[in-house]
Design a protein around this ligand. Structure first.
Ligand code: NI
Length: 135
């Protein structure tokens, strides 16, 4: 199937740079691979259950109207899961925040999904491990 997608210039040029470095034969092949990773990441997220500890790392543009408030609202809603957080002002516009979590896996996933879907969030990554997992 063929699809048409509109993307900001900067996002597309970064993507092209990466697929060229990684030696993809075409942009389509790179996009297929990116979609596969996206799907497997969300399938992995679907398995987050039981008591978990973890982190959500986020980079976002704090000048985006309403975004800082929306992030704070989400974190207040899930404050029972949040053990700590670190906020670093990266540059004039961008902030880096890491939230440390401990609690129910499904709720941790909800919190992460709520953050990830906010407009203006440029990067987000959830990591979790079962809190009773022996390493
Ligand atoms: Ni900041």
């Amino acid at each position: 199937m063929r699809i048409g997608v509109s993307l900001p210039d900067t996002l597309l040029s970064k993507f092209d740079e990466i697929i060229e470095k990684r030696g993809y034969s075409s942009r389509s092949e790179g996009i297929r691979d990116a979609i596969r990773s996206y799907i497997s990441y969300y399938e992995w997220m679907g398995d987050i259950k039981g008591h978990r500890v973890g982190t959500v790392a986020v980079i976002y543009d704090h000048t985006k109207r309403g975004l800082s408030n929306a992030l704070a609202d989400i974190q207040h809603h899930y404050s029972h899961l949040i053990k700590s957080s670190v906020h670093i002002h990266l540059d004039h516009d961008n902030c880096f925040e890491v939230v440390v979590l401990d609690g129910d896996g499904e709720e941790i996933k909800e919190l992460a999904e709520a953050i990830m879907s906010l407009k203006g969030v440029k990067f987000s990554k959830l990591t979790t491990v079962a809190s009773n997992e022996k390493i």
